[in-house]
Design a protein around this ligand. Structure first.
Ligand SMILES: C[C@](O)(CO)[C@H](O)COP(=O)(O)OP(=O)(O)OC[C@H]1O[C@@H](n2ccc(N)nc2=O)[C@H](O)[C@@H]1O
Ligand SMILES: Nc1ncnc2c1ncn2[C@@H]1O[C@H](COP(=O)(O)OP(=O)(O)OP(=O)(O)O)[C@@H](O)[C@H]1O
Length: 302
């Protein structure tokens, strides 16, 4: 038997970052939106715990037990006293180390796939608490849609979204390390007063009403200056997309993927074409949001 789960990427439409905490994390007001780029995780019983990965950037994905998908399978097996020997295959389409929660998606996907394979039927609350142990972004990968994340981003409240938003994601050459971007945030913030992070009511309203122009006016990412400081070339990518007709542009999470919100699908195609031909990114990917969270898409009983 094998089980396949599909998991979306995310963009942070608001990422308000507070001061560094004693445990090394930062308190956040993190408004997550799931977008239609997906990894697919397939789990099959095997003689040993084994990981394979295909797709763009697969050569940069660890195939040992540091992989979040392996850690998820091991954590679920340990919780239930189950033999964790499975083959986990990751069909990657989410940019690796791109600020779109690709590894987190694989962690959430492996958790749901193993839960299904092992017929555990765990309640969602139990899966969400296991996700939070794996990483700050992992609970949202399971949930999908849109949500406000507080604490280090793992404490979620689902948000209503009133319509589809059109995006283009410009994938950069190479990745950025999330801890390094937070460290750069701390360096840039040194000596400044950092207000406690709070969600922007106007942004939550724009999501609720599905108003792309209002969302464009309220997008914000406190990690953007840090990502631009580490990767100055992203400024040219952002300008290319807005010049080509995007309503707004921002760095996705910790970067280096950049996100462009457009008024409709036609403009998204136009912005993607301009970005692709500009040479300021590796690949431009048009897509929509919100997207469903981790979902079982294949159950093969042979
Ligand atoms: C930038 C975001 O993607 C926005 O959604 C997330 O905050 C990062 O979430 P993630 O990749 O799941 O991060 P984790 O695996 O939990 O943490 C990796 C590292 O990022 C930094 N980190 C992460 C989350 C947070 N709220 N504060 C932090 O300072 C810490 O250095 C931490 O050791
Ligand atoms: N399944 C996985 N897929 C990709 N990277 C993984 C995975 N498991 C562990 N990693 C490690 O995590 C690092 C970050 O990769 P990931 O694709 O999750 O970054 P990201 O999308 O920027 O994360 P986030 O947006 O959650 O901060 C990689 O460089 C890799 O070493």
């Amino acid at each position: 038997m094998s089980v396949t789960v599909r998991v979306p990427a995310k963009v942070n439409v608001q990422l308000a970052v507070g001061a560094a905490r004693p445990d090394g994390f930062h308190d956040l007001a993190n408004v997550f939106l799931a977008v239609g780029l997906y990894d697919e995780i397939t789990v099959t019983p095997a003689d040993e715990l084994r990981i394979t990965c295909t797709g763009p950037g697969a050569d940069r994905v660890p195939l040992d037990t540091t992989n979040l998908a392996a850690r998820a399978a091991l954590a679920l097996a340990a919780r239930h006293g189950i033999d964790p020997r499975v083959h986990i295959h990751i069909a990657k389409d989410i940019p690796v180390a791109g600020g779109m929660a690709g590894g987190s998606a694989d962690g959430a996907g492996a958790l749901l796939a193993c839960d299904t394979l092992w017929s555990l039927n765990s309640p969602q609350s139990e899966l969400l608490s296991l996700c939070a142990e794996l990483g700050s972004d992992v609970p949202f990968s399971l949930l999908g849609g849109a949500a406000l994340g507080v604490g280090r981003g793992e404490q979620l409240t689902p948000l209503a979204v009133g319509g589809a938003f059109h995006w283009v994601f410009a994938v950069a050459d190479g990745g950025l390390s999330t801890p390094t971007v937070f460290q750069e945030f701390d360096r840039l913030a040194a000596g400044k007063a950092i207000p406690p992070p709070t969600p922007d009511p106007a942004l939550l309203d724009a999501l609720r009403t599905g108003d792309a122009a209002a969302l464009a006016d309220t997008l914000s990412n406190d990690l953007q200056p840090a990502a631009l400081s580490l990767r100055p070339s992203l400024a040219a990518t952002l300008t290319t997309g807005t010049t080509a007709g995007a309503l707004a542009a921002l760095v996705s999470g910790s970067g280096p993927t950049t996100a462009f919100l457009t008024k409709d699908e036609e403009t998204a195609t136009q912005v993607a074409t301009a970005l692709q031909s500009s040479g300021t990114c590796h690949t431009a990917r048009p897509t929509t949001s919100p997207a469903r969270g981790a979902t079982v898409v294949g159950l093969d009983r042979v």
